[in-house]
Design a protein around this ligand. Structure first.
Ligand code: NAD
Length: 488
């Protein structure tokens, strides 16, 4: 037995994973003191502003415009005006603009990654290696379809809808923007997009990419503000609303638009089951469990927040998981070694704290690895709950934080039954070496995405979306193009 193995046998480890600080410089980001709304290719002033901060230390970053109802209507009018000529451009011309945007995003990716981590709190290695490459990849991918719509939807005469209103959350600000804007533009629509109130800065920087790509004015309009600006967009004369956010707001939007003829897609919350069978590659599965729940501080709609472990391997899985958790580095999102960054906002932190307190009160057993959290900013240590019953709030409600609930099962049937026992249906994971079992499970799990022996993998060619209270409609792939088109 090597020294390292001997040491790691004295559980719980904390092995000495001391890294020298490796802070990413923020010099590349040049923020304005104050931002207006980006409408018709120009910056418009508004009466009200709010301060956007960095969750890592609560320091103010910039003043951002709060759009009023009239501002939103103005943006929709600009998009409507631009629609006439944009929709008539040959697809190959629209594609050129999208390719340009993709290339500029790739060229400016470091600037965007730093800003994303600064404003949102996610580790720089994730913004750099996941959010930015994927955002650019979505523009590249949909650029490829812009001149092939007739072939993608043969004999259906695809036509753009008009103006799309798009509302996005704070967990993947630029990536959600790309998911929404790329297919809409490729299909020939124009857009008004509202980023989340806590993370508007990368969407505002994206306006500079739009300018650099010389996109015709009014094709992309960005309006910032809180939920009231989103509600104003829903009320306005748009042809489609694409919403990503909480189930509660999604339901309200659906009620509002019922019977109006405005098209709607909803990408909502989740409470994914990550199911580990006793024949899986154990260490690989533990990495997948960690990635599934601690990636982006668990601020992931498809996070594997319910872990189902087959009873025969419950003990080794929990032991390995706890040991692995002691090596997670929690701290400054701009440090390249950081695994778990800052919680996005005080409100989100309070929600996590409330649900964790409920978990303890209901009788679950909590484990958090020893880690020193920074004094300023919003932080929550990676957490795992064992002894969890299906009825507990931590097994039912979306926590949207770095908190995992562990449950057990004996047979594949029981795993399916327990996994589907949720109002949500966004994603699931299956860990087993048997291909036939993967297929058997995938057929029965009521989830839009089922990952096999991996988790949280995304690709622009692959559709993503939910069942039940996780919403309807798909983003990504050709499926993600269809909701932006009308057919004869
Ligand atoms: P949220 O619903 O509070 O806000 C989402 C967006 O809607 C924000 O831009 C917000 O300003 C806006 N909004 C708020 N009230 C509104 C209203 N009445 N009318 C119109 N717009 C309104 O959600 P959040 O807290 O920002 O995001 C977290 C949620 O998003 C989680 O539930 C998560 O699961 C979900 N999410 C889903 C996906 C997916 O693809 N299914 C992806 C990411 C996040």
């Amino acid at each position: 037995m090597t020294d390292l193995e001997k040491r790691s046998d004295r559980s719980p480890v904390p092995a000495d994973w001391t890294y020298a600080p490796a802070p990413e410089s923020t010099d590349i980001v040049h923020l304005q003191e104050r931002y207006g709304l980006y409408v018709g290719g120009e910056w418009l002033e508004t009466k009200e502003h709010f301060t956007t901060i960095s969750p890592r230390d609560e320091s103010p970053l910039a003043e951002v415009a709060q759009a009023s109802e009239a501002d939103v209507q103005n943006a929709v009018a600009a998009a409507r005006e631009a629609f006439g000529s944009w929709s008539k451009l040959p697809g190959s011309e629209r594609a050129k603009y999208l390719f340009r945007i993709a290339r500029i995003l790739a060229e400016r990716s470091r600037e965007f990654a730093v800003l994303e981590s600064l404003n949102g709190g996610k580790p720089i290695k994730e913004s750099r290696d996941v959010d930015l490459p994927l955002a650019a990849a979505h523009f590249f991918y949909y650029a490829g379809w812009a001149d092939k719509l007739e072939y993608a939807f043969p004999n259906r005469s695809p036509k753009p809808l008009g103006v799309a209103g798009q509302i996005i959350p704070w967990n993947f600000p630029l990536l959600m923007l790309a998911w929404k804007i790329a297919p809409a533009l490729a299909a020939g629509n124009t857009v008004v997009l509202k980023p989340a109130e806590t993370t508007p800065l990368t969407a505002l920087l994206f306006c500079d990419v739009v300018r650099q790509a010389e996109l015709p004015p009014g094709v992309v309009n960005i309006v910032t503000g809180d939920g009231s600006a989103g509600a104003a967009l829903v009320e306005s004369e748009v042809d489609k609303i694409a919403f990503t956010g909480s189930t509660e707001v999604g339901k309200a939007i659906q009620r509002r638009l019922a019977g109006t003829g405005t098209k709607l897609t909803l990408e909502l919350g989740g409470k994914a089951a990550n199911i580990v069978f006793d024949d899986c590659a154990l260490d690989q599965a533990v990495e997948g469990i960690v990635n599934g729940i601690y990636f982006n501080q668990g601020h992931v709609c498809c996070a594997g927040s319910r872990l189902f472990v087959q009873e025969s391997i419950y003990e080794p899985v929990v032991e390995k998981l706890k040991k692995r958790m002691t090596t997670l580095r929690v701290g400054d999102p701009l440090d390249k070694n950081t695994d778990v960054g800052a919680i996005n906002s005080r409100m989100q932190l309070e929600k996590i704290e409330e649900l964790v307190a409920a978990g303890k009160e209901e009788g679950a057993e909590i484990y958090q690895p020893p880690c020193r959290l920074p004094e300023k900013g919003y932080w929550f240590a990676p957490t795992v709950f064992t002894n969890v019953a299906q009825s507990y709030r931590i097994a039912q409600e979306e926590i949207f934080g770095p908190v995992l609930s562990v449950l057990t099962f004996r047979t594949p049937d029981e795993a399916v039954e327990k996994a589907n026992n949720t109002p949500y249906g966004l994603s699931a994971g299956v860990w087993t070496e048997k291909g036939s079992r993967i297929l058997w499970m995938a057929q029965r799990l009521r989830a839009g995405v089922v990952w096999a022996n991996t988790f949280n993998r995304f690709d622009p060619t692959s559709p993503f979306g939910g069942y039940k209270e996780s919403g309807f409609g798909r983003e990504g792939g050709l499926h993600g193009m269809e909701p932006y088109l009308d057919f004869e």
